[in-house]
Structure formats: structure tokens, C-alpha cells
Design a protein around this ligand. Structure first.
Ligand code: PEP
Ligand code: MG
Length: 570
């Protein structure tokens, strides 16, 4: 039998299935007398669940990358949603319902609202709300979640549903793959599957009733297929596919040591984006040409207070010395927007992405900024440090940032510390203002790094977090390509180098286009790095320049994408 689901990660698996049955939680109406006691039970349960999610996040912080860890924050936000809480309160006070019933009812209403939306992304958020509801009910009813950690044989896991934290707990050595009936491409279990690099097919509707422990299954996560009780022929076919994909992985391993250059010898720096020491280890594993973006704000999150100068220094020193002599571009904190610090209450803003964010926040909280710069300067003697300021939009901001840098340096020298005199300084090009005026910024910096995630959102005026306008999030829009080209040409005129460290750099077509536009460094998540390297080292710069020239002349993003698909053989 062949079932169709949604492709969410890569690879194939053949193996016996282990069916995980989640305990069904039944909640019926039960009237209570003391509404205050009842509401306190809700608050206590939520408090405990939030603490547990925080513990889980800490526990998995050495298995997941920083982006995936944000899922736990999303669940905390949902558990603490003040509107939901006040509806629960109302249900208890007005109808004298039990805590369990009120939670079940209010969360179910939210789930139904999400499910009724047209947008797939929002429909998938319903599953997150369901996971959070389940956690709170389990807490109230003292139900233990299914134990997924202790599976001791190599199996394919099948479950109606897997929460992101259950997915994070999957033992990679014993989990050949997993399938669920719920979930889609952007569901958080799917994101985890990609991060853990486990073949998975989600949204396989109706499969569970057909499965029992020990059944033989094939998972084809390239096509989103699940084959139950495959024929000999199908098994052979998939054994062959597994062999071929192993050969490809081995091939990628072989290119780790090769220099990153096109066939006609245009050298590219293929660097890694990191946010913590786990990401740094992954960068070492793929032998990246350095670190092109260290998102340091992650060192400031999930802790009770600001990291001290010494704490920061230790992390920067580890990364700089481990990467030495390769360059490490450290970006000063980019807090604000969607990245909040629990211990630093900031004013609520109508448009956080247009508000007190990144360098604007650092220049407002100068002591915090200076502490970070001091830690960086002290670490500078251990490797090749480059310091980069995020979201610069005016010359004044760069001047003020450089002033803080000078002050910190002077202080350290007076205190007897050594500071490298070979530190490169750069800014991120994330606003149209900095791109348009880059000729004026050039004299203050050694390099530019284009943050396409933000440059796209600010140029097309489309909030990068808002799925309703995601159609405007267009990396290949000729407007973006022309801005990038302008920055590259200007920088090269003044002998400065240019990197791209937004998500765009890890897309195969975009990577080729960026090289063709003359970008010197591409920086990306380590998971994609060797794949992109393979594509670059098998291309000709001469051809890529031509592709880029033609793309710049087109009208729409779609034209560029079609043109690239037609004129490349990747
Ligand atoms: C960017 O904006 O492209 C970028 C790399 O920064 P972040 O994604 O952290 O905002
Ligand atoms: Mg950015």
C-alpha cells in the first residue's frame, strides 16, 4: 500500500515500524464551587508547563540550532497568551467550569480559528496550539507523555502526531525515520526533522489504522511517500536509492578540504552562520572558510540577566581560536524586532521591525554595547576578528558605533589588555538607505555584509514574519538584485569585500546568482554549506556573470527564477 503525505525533509528509510499511541485526553464538563481555587490551578499548571518548556529548550540546546530552539519560545508565548488566559478565567467564573474543561474549550476555539484560515502556515500553527493545550492538560491531570527517548532498536516511528519536543527527543541513532498523520512543511516537527536530518513524511492521513508494530515500511521523504509492506522489487529500488544518496554524502565529504573556487578560479569565501557553540562545531565539521555571521544575540537569550564581559569573552575566544586563521565576523547584538530579552522590558511598539532594534538598541543601551565590544576586543588576539554592526541606516550610527569601539579600546589598553590592531570593521546592509548610500559608508568600513532577510523586507515593505504578505518576500526581485549589484560594484571600486549572510545565500539558484553579481563571501547555515560548495566549484564564473547580467534586466522575480531554471543545469 502506498500513502501520500508531505515531503518535509530529505532521504529514504527502510525498516520496521514502531507505533506510538498518544494517550487520548478526555475532558468533560464538571462544575466547581470555588472559582478562585480553580483559576489558581490553571495559573499554576501554566507556570509549571512554561518551566518545563524552558528546561526542554535548555536540554536540547546542544542538539538543535538556534533557529529551531525558537520553537520552544513560540510555545511559551502561546501558553502565556493573556487573551487566552482571560477567556479561561471567564469560562470558570461565569460557568463554574473546571480548569480542565475551560482550558480544553478555550484552546479548542483557538485551534478551530487557526484551522479555518486559508493560509497553510496558520493552519499548521493550530498544531502548535494543540501541543501546548496537551501539555497543560497533562500537567493538570498528571498524565505522563509518551516515553520516546528509550527506544532501543532501529525503527521507523509512526504516530498520529508528534510534538516538537517529542521530535527533538528522538534518538537519531535509533530513529530511521518518522511519519505522522498531522503536520506539513512549516510545522515545527517538520523543522525539527530537517534540523536533525531524519527522513520524515508528515500529514499521511489515515495511515495509523493500517499499522502495527513490526510492519515493514519504506519512507521516501524526497517524494513524500510511505510504502507499507513493500514488494521485493520496491525494497531493491529503495536500497539502491539509499546507496546513491550515501555516495552523494560521501562525495560532499570529499569536497570538504577543497578550496572554494569556480572552475575558472574565482575564489569565494564560503562561511558559516552561527548563533552558539553548537553551530560553531557544525561549522568546523564542514570545514567552512570561516564564520560570516555570528548572531551574538543568542548568547543574551534564555538566561536571567545580561551575560557578563567575561562570559562573552570566553565564547568569542573559543570561536576565534578554533577558527584561526580563518576570519570570524561577529555581529554585535541584534535585539528587538522578533528577538526579545525576558529580563529587559522594552517599550511595546506598533512596528517592532521598524523600531528600537539592532544598532539602535545598542546605541540606546551603551553600557551593554560597550561590554560586548570590550569582550570582543579582548578576544581579538586569539584569531582573525571582524566586527560588524547590524541594521545601520545612517552615517551617524556608524560614527557613534565607532566611538564606542574607540572608547572601549582605549579603556582596555589603559587597563593593560592587549588588543589586536588587525580587526576588520563592517556593517550589515539591511536597509535600502545603507545600500543606496554605500559609497559614503565605504570610508568607515573594511567590508559590507548584505543581510538579505531584512533588505528584502525593508525594500519590498513586507514584514518577513507576516505570512499574509509572504508573496512579496522576493529574493529574486530585480530590485533586490540591483541593490546588491550596486553595493558590490561600489565596494569593489574602493577595494572592500562584500558578503551575503541572509537565507538567500543558501539557495542554489541564488548562490550562483550572487557569485555572478560579484559577491565575495556567502555565509549560511552549515547544513547547506557543502551542497552549495559542490554547485559553486562545478560552475564557471564567466557563465555566472552572464546569468547575473541577464537577470538584472528582467522585470519580475518570476522571470528571474524561470530564467535561472532554464539556463542552469542544477
Ligand atoms: C539578515 O537580515 O539577512 C540577517 C542575516 O540578519 P537576521 O536574519 O539575523 O536579521
Ligand atoms: Mg537582519
Amino acid at each position: 500500500m502506498i500513502f501520500k503525505g508531505t515531503k518535509v525533509s530529505n532521504g529514504y528509510a527502510i525498516g520496521k515500524v514502531k507505533v506510538i499511541h498518544q494517550q487520548e485526553i478526555l475532558v468533560s464538563s464538571k462544575k466547581v464551587d470555588d472559582v478562585i481555587v480553580e483559576f489558581n490551578r490553571v495559573k499554576k499548571a501554566i507556570e509549571n508547563v512554561v518551566a518545563k518548556i524552558r528546561d526542554e529548550k535548555r536540554l536540547y540546546s546542544n542538539r538543535l540550532n538556534v533557529d529551531d530552539l525558537l520553537i520552544f519560545d513560540a510555545h511559551i508565548t502561546m501558553a502565556q497568551d493573556p487573551e487566552v488566559l482571560s477567556l479561561i478565567k471567564l469560562e470558570i467564573e461565569k460557568n463554574h467550569e473546571s480548569a480542565e474543561y475551560a482550558i480544553n474549550k478555550v484552546f479548542d476555539d483557538v485551534i478551530k480559528t487557526f484551522q479555518s484560515l486559508d493560509d497553510e502556515y496558520f493552519r499548521e500553527r493550530a498544531e502548535d496550539v494543540e501541543a501546548v493545550k496537551r501539555k497543560i492538560l497533562c500537567e493538570l491531570l498528571k498524565i505522563e507523555e509518551v516515553d520516546i527517548d528509550n527506544i532501543d532498536e532501529k525503527v521507523i516511528i509512526a504516530s498520529y502526531d508528534l510534538t516538537p519536543s517529542q521530535t527533538a527527543r528522538l534518538n537519531k541513532n535509533n530513529t530511521l525515520g518518522f511519519i505522522t498523520e498531522t503536520g506539513g512543511v512549516t510545522s515545527h516537527s517538520a523543522i525539527m526533522a530537517r534540523s536533525l536530518d531524519i527522513p520524515a513524511v508528515l500529514g499521511v492521513k489515515g495511515i495509523m489504522v493500517h499499522l502495527k508494530d513490526g510492519d515493514l515500511l519504506i519512507i521516501d521523504s524526497e517524494e513524500g511517500l510511505v510504502i507499507l509492506n513493500p514488494t521485493e522489487e520496491q525494497i531493491k529500488e529503495y536500497e539502491n536509492k539509499i546507496r546513491l544518496s550515501q555516495v552523494y554524502t560521501e562525495k560532499l565529504n570529499l569536497i570538504k578540504k577543497l578550496p572554494t573556487a569556480t572552475l575558472d578560479d574565482r575564489k569565494i569565501c564560503l562561511a558559516a552562520n552561527i548563533g552558539n557553540l553548537i553551530d560553531y562545531e557544525k561549522a568546523l565539521e564542514v570545514n567552512s572558510d570561516g564564520v560570516g555571521l555570528f548572531r551574538t544575540e543568542f548568547l543574551f537569550m534564555d538566561r536571567p540577566s545580561l551575560p557578563t564581559e567575561d562570559e562573552q569573552f570566553e565564547v568569542y575566544k573559543t570561536v576565534l581560536s578554533g577558527m584561526n586563521p580563518k576570519r570570524v565576523v561577529v555581529r554585535t547584538v541584534d535585539i528587538g524586532g522578533d528577538k526579545k530579552l525576558e529580563y529587559m522590558p522594552l517599550p511595546k511598539e506598533m512596528n517592532p521591525f521598524l523600531g528600537l532594534r539592532a544598532i539602535r538598541l545598542s546605541l540606546t543601551y551603551k553600557e551593554m554595547f560597550k561590554t560586548q565590544i570590550r569582550a570582543l576586543l579582548r578576544a581579538s588576539v586569539y584569531g582573525e576578528l571582524a566586527i560588524m554592526f547590524p541594521m545601520i541606516s545612517t552615517i551617524d550610527e556608524i560614527k557613534n558605533s565607532l566611538n564606542v569601539l574607540d572608547q572601549a579600546k582605549q579603556e582596555l589598553l589603559n587597563e593593560g589588555y592587549e588588543v589586536s590592531d588587525n580587526i576588520e570593521i563592517g556593517i550589515m546592509i539591511e536597509t535600502p538607505a545603507s545600500a543606496i548610500l554605500c559609497e559614503k559608508f565605504v570610508k568607515y568600513v573594511n567590508f559590507f555584509s548584505i543581510g538579505t532577510n531584512d533588505l528584502i523586507q525593508y525594500t519590498l515593505a513586507a514584514d518577513r514574519m507576516n505570512e499574509h504578505v509572504s508573496y512579496l518576500y522576493q529574493p529574486f526581485n530585480p530590485a533586490i538584485l540591483r541593490l546588491i549589484k550596486m553595493v558590490v560594484d561600489t565596494a569593489h571600486k574602493y577595494n572592500r569585500w562584500v558578503g551575503v549572510c541572509g537565507e538567500m545565500a543558501s539557495d542554489k539558484y541564488a548562490a550562483l546568482l550572487l557569485v555572478g553579481l560579484g559577491v565575495d563571501e556567502l555565509s549560511m547555515n552549515s547544513t547547506n554549506l557543502l551542497y552549495i560548495k559542490d554547485i559553486i566549484i562545478n560552475s564557471n564564473y564567466k557563465d555566472l556573470k552572464h546569468l547575473a547580467q541577464r537577470s538584472l534586466m528582467l522585470e519580475e522575480e518570476e522571470d528571474v527564477i524561470n530564467y535561472l531554471k532554464e539556463h542552469t543545469d542544477i
